[in-house]
Design a protein around this ligand. Structure first.
Ligand code: OGA
Ligand code: NI
Length: 357
């Protein structure tokens, strides 16, 4: 099973559909009834936890411990939380989102110079999964590699607007720093050696890649989704949401909760690989994106992943007679290929890894 080098049918940019200002969306974007967004008002006041990281580096031992405990509870109970005072300054956070918004607002010819293929997905794209005739999501995106450094190629990043490469580079550096801190915190919280998860991810050779999503205005938001329900395949994700337009929903106890982002917060969530490594003590949580009739939304999802060729399996420290290994070992490369071919489908991928017993 390998990824083809071309798409099986012509690509339609959702931004173009949106700009055409038709009152109805094409059938290909209409989701089956059971997948369509429904607004459940009873959950309006629920939100994922907000955790202030200020004292994690600077605080005394007791403060550090209290913050680590908050993270531990959020990982076990939600798999999703937002962090503030995360070490990435407010200006940079706003700038990186706006510079990418500017990229998407350029003429189609400029963007198409970076059109992607299913081979690596790098560049400007409008679909995930290659199945001909599949129902599509109401979004376009740009995908790029940052780590390992041999995969980073600035020439594959947009050259316009002028500061995009520098700003993205600076933001990436900060995200990687935050990611390494989080891996340490998760390891300690699980009772593992501080460096356990970083080493399991491949030591210095971890992967980091960015998907910038644009969800254009949609005339019939009740019929479609910006991003179908999925769990993130990688290790963990750092999502910079659009502060002024909500859209991300997280599944909690069977209900969809709309995330209300705190100012300049970054959303952290557990991916499938950490679910496997922790033998499901931490779970990757299903999430999706709903769209809006009169506002577009831009978000940056930074995926922190294991090196592509190391085997990912439950930590032996977390496997006991009472809690036997739930998953068979698999490399992240093999795992990701599955998704790149099939597209996003809830949590079916991680469940398919379950050991036969
Ligand atoms: C993703 C994702 C959510 C969002 O890119 O995997 O879940 O709010 N994005 O854009
Ligand atoms: Ni996601």
């Amino acid at each position: 099973m390998s990824c083809p080098s071309q798409w099986s049918e012509p690509i339609v940019q959702v931004q173009m559909l949106s700009e055409a200002e038709n009152q109805v969306i094409p059938n290909r974007y209409i989701k089956p009834l059971t997948e369509r967004p429904c607004i459940t008002r009873s959950n309006d006041n629920l939100n994922i936890p907000v955790i202030d990281l200020f004292g994690l580096i600077n605080g005394d031992n007791a403060t550090q411990k209290a913050i680590m405990d908050e993270i531990s509870i959020a990982c076990r109970e939600w798999g999703f939380f937002q962090v503030v005072n995360h070490g990435i300054n407010d200006e940079l956070v706003d700038e990186v989102r706006e510079v990418w918004r500017e990229f998407f607002h350029q003429p189609i010819e400029v963007k198409q110079e970076y059109a992607n293929t299913p081979k690596t997905y790098e560049g400007y794209g409008s679909r995930i999964g290659i199945q001909k005739g599949a129902i599509l999501d109401w979004s376009d995106y740009y995908f790029l590699n940052y780590l390992p450094s041999n995969l980073k190629d600035h020439k594959k990043w947009p050259s316009q607007p002028p500061f995009l490469r520098d700003t993205t580079e600076e933001y990436s550096k900060k995200i990687v720093k935050l990611g390494k801190i989080m891996l340490k915190v998760f390891s300690s919280n699980l009772g593992l050696q501080k460096d356990y998860l970083q080493n399991a991810f491949g030591g210095d050779d971890i992967g980091a890649c960015l998907r910038v999503n644009i969800y254009p205005k949609c005339p019939q938001p009740d019929l479609t989704l910006g991003l179908s329900s999925h769990s993130d395949p990688g290790g963990m994700t750092f999502l910079l949401p659009d502060e002024h337009v909500s859209g991300l929903q997280v599944r909690k106890d069977g209900e969809w909760i709309t995330v209300k982002p705190a100012p300049h917060a970054i959303i952290v969530n557990i991916g499938d690989q950490i679910q496997v490594l922790t033998n499901a003590i931490y779970k990757s949580v299903e999430h999706r994106v709903i769209v809006n009739p009169n506002k577009e939304r831009v978000s940056l999802a930074y995926f922190f992943n294991p090196k592509s060729d190391v085997l990912i399996e439950p930590a032996t420290e977390l496997v006991t007679l009472k809690t036997p290994a739930l998953y068979q070992p698999m490399t992240f490369d093999d795992y990701r290929r599955f998704i790149r071919i099939k597209g996003l489908h809830g949590k079916s991928q991680v469940d398919s890894l379950k050991s036969q017993r």
